[in-house]
Design a protein around this ligand. Structure first.
Ligand code: OFO
Length: 165
């Protein structure tokens, strides 16, 4: 049976992953409306990945005898000033997600819940990838600057980029 404090922390994490999915969906939709189809594809996939992260937690909490709580979600930011703003917000959001995952890991150690600790290691590794990917994209964007040809190629390349890679 899962410890109540850990169960609450995992439910908070479920909400965070759901918010990530929602946020990236809003970004994807914005990009699609701007004709940035490659970026939109990448962000739609990213949103799906976040839903999968949420689902993995839901099932784990239930399997361990806890009760997963499906959260209500507020409408996320829907307007963006450009790609730089999208990916800076994404990186900022992922940094918060990493901090929250680290807190869950910390709690698992203090409550001696090694099963959940082990489960959370997948998220720890995933956050390293996600932050690195967002930084990489931002580096590319600052190299491109206002160059239209560069932005065209950036958008095209993003269509092939896997957020899970
Ligand atoms: Fe779930 O990794 Fe991003 O938030």
């Amino acid at each position: 049976m899962i410890d109540g404090t850990i169960e609450n922390a995992l439910n908070d994490q479920i909400e965070m992953e759901a918010r990530s999915s929602h946020f990236y969906l809003a970004m994807a939709s914005w990009a699609e409306n701007q004709g940035l189809n490659g970026t939109a594809e990448f962000l739609y996939r990213h949103s799906d990945e976040e839903r999968m992260h949420m689902l993995k937690l839901v099932r784990f909490v239930n399997e361990r005898g806890g009760k997963a709580v499906i959260p209500a979600l507020a409408s996320p930011q829907n307007e963006f000033s450009g790609l730089q703003s999208i990916f800076s917000s994404l990186l900022e959001h992922e940094t918060k997600v990493t901090a929250s995952i680290n807190e869950v890991v910390d709690l698992c150690l203090s409550r001696k819940d090694y099963t959940t600790h082990n489960f959370m290691q997948w998220y720890v590794a995933e956050q390293i990838e996600e932050e690195a990917l967002a930084r990489n994209i931002l580096d590319k964007l600052s190299l491109i600057g206002q160059d239209k040809g560069g932005l065209y190629l950036f958008d095209r390349d993003l269509e092939q980029l896997n957020p899970e890679a």
